[in-house]
Write a new protein. Sequence first.
Lengths: 439, 402
Amino acid sequence: MQGSGLLAYNFWLALRNIRRNVVLSILMVVAIGIGIGASMSMVTVNYRFQANPIPEKSDVLHYVRLDSGDPNAQNDAPPNQLTYLDATALLRAKRAFREAAMSQARMAVVPPDREQRPFFARARATSADFFAMFNAPFAHGGGWTAAEDEGAEQVVVLSAPTNDRLFGGENSVGRTLRLANGDYRIVGVLDEWEPSTLFWDTSSGGPGPVEDVFVPWSLIVANALQRQGNTNCWKPLDGTGLSAFLNSECVWIQYWAELRNEAEHDDYVAFLDAYATEQKALGRFPRPLDNRATPLMDWIAEDGGVPNEARVLLGLSILFLAVCLINTLGMLLAKFLGKASEIGIRRALGASRGRLMQQYLVEAGIIGIAGGLLGIALTWAGLRGIDGLIDEDLGSFLVIDWKMALAAVGLAILATLVTSIYPTWRACSVQPSVYLKSN
Amino acid sequence: MEFGPIWRAAMRNKTGALLVVLQVAFTQALIVNAVAIVERQSLIMGRPSGIDEANIFHVRSSAFADNFNSRGAIEEDLRLLRGTPGVTAAVQINSVPISGSGMSMALQTTPGDQANGVPTSVYYVDEQGVDALGIELIAGERFRPEDADWVQGVGLWPPRTILSKTLAEALFPEDPGLGVGKIVYIGETQPMTVAGVVEKLSAPWPGWDLAEHSILVPRHPVSTDTTYLIRTEAGRRDALMPDIERALAEREPGRIVLDMLTMEQTRERTFDIGGAIVTILVFTVTLLVAITSLGVAGLTSFNVTRRYKQIGMRRALGATRGQILRYFLAENFLFTAIGIVLGAILAVAINFVLVTSFDVPRFSWVWMPVSMLGLIVVSLVAVLFPARRAAQVPPAVATRTV
């Protein structure tokens, strides 16, 4: 027998063996499945913190940082956010293909239905390019224009859940909504949009649903919106009130630029350096030049790190997988050695050691695949379980994607094959003569 | 015991022995570290706040209307809350115990920047503070109505304060009167007289090292965003909550009434992730012990099958059933013992890594012998069934085979 014919024969033999020893085989599949389910649940949690939220654009989206920080601080990176002065200057310069400044805010919403009480919405004030940059899907209408932003017009884009809550899911574009203390014209309603994390804002984002409403960036000042999120000041404010804050060295703005290739990136960083040098002349930017436009995935790796709890649980779950595999090893050993007399007879009848090993490895592989499939199911159940344990709305954070599913089966097969090498070798080393002698 | 022959037999089947040893070792290492995490988390979650949690709820009011009269609204709200039948006491408060967010300052008994400050959390309340929190005043007196000031932003500290007992003992270790009537300095130089001491009041951060260091300060922060803490008569809280929420919302439509939570809900919110981790770890450890005991039982069962003939031979040569049973139990005990010793070393090594890089607590040593003993018992129970099967092997087996 050659090639595929041999493999098919081995496959048939393996299936026959599995059926002959159903209980032991099921136990092995369960042990591997539980081990894979536990470890892959935690692998997925860790992976999701580092996952690419927007694969189609991740290489062109860049997070912009300027080193306007404290000269005495021991940092090896620029501050995580921008000052208002700098964000305004960059927006005005318009050097990127697309770019957006943004910050989180809180806005009171007065529902058109007078029966509903006012509530606070999570808002994001941002530039017109935001929607195109992050591929925001619209159900109705669209974003605002740059001119509307510059003119501080009171326009708003609603998320799908917000539109459902306020307008029962109808097309509300063109209608007016009372927000904070002004009437806002609805220009767009988003479709269901569930990026795995709010990656555009690592300081206050993380897993969870997208913001409830989006408003033009200029309103954060024009309407003095209630800003939220991380604010860091290294220098005391010069005076009090909003204007002192806006002119301060406090960083609180996230800034993204879409740079389509290496050349655009280099040009943009050169522009940032030139801007910083200009500012140095004005007495700002006391640190050495360090201005960056970091690609999205590098930025996530740098800043959106995996929480310690998730890493520790991952480590423990791998230990758990090890115990499950040791268990499987024991069972495989028991199973294969139980076949010793059969092996002895087949050896005596001329089957080579290599051929026998191949057959047993195929058998282990089948168990591995079954264990992997069970593992996928248990990973899914495990993630649902974790989601159920956590009250906070994690949005679509804890999902298993096809890559993780494939990895689960791959890991299961690999683990089973590695585990089975020793039992297989042991089983196939039996002396045929011993078994021919005994009954 | 017959450890000599057991050891020699094990050396002839090293793999089987090694598998038991490794399984037990990994299990032990995982249990000890998981328990360390669970233990600390449970300790934090179980920490009493000192306040009357069962009858307290809190609610936030956040104004959005232009020219909102914050002070007037707070005064009106307090009048409304305090006038509601069933409400024992109500205060405006700057942060809620256990909620996870609050304010901290340092206190010292001598002024100036040389003295070492004792860190404490700060609660702004008024004359109803002690009663609204339901804490026990063990020395001194409550605030007086005229003590509380109305401050926008930052201002000088009020002249009187109430300390938690733990903090009072830290500041005035020699004083049997717990410092009542004495001066403490806040912000290095500003004096406050200790008006009273309460038995127990936790900081807003349950995981904090100094979780019982707290002071009450008589102050109303004037802000559009404020929180009220309300204590009701026993058993009336849940019925009163929706009424009070509605009354507050209707009294002043220029603000939003939000985040109305009982203390139980506040706990759930604060311990959302921590509680989930505890559940996950407890589930994992239980599953692990089950899998390990099944594995040990399986391997022993396999050994019994393989040694079927030898067991028959021994029986034929005069070994009793009890001796066979004991043999397998002793064999298992030997492997498990090696496993837990190895596991103890592994547990320490893993814990060292976790402590140094991941802020996991060092495990308490008491869990080491407890988990060792537990694993030996579990392992012996697991082996009991296959060992009994071994004891049932008839001596006649010896005569049937070559």
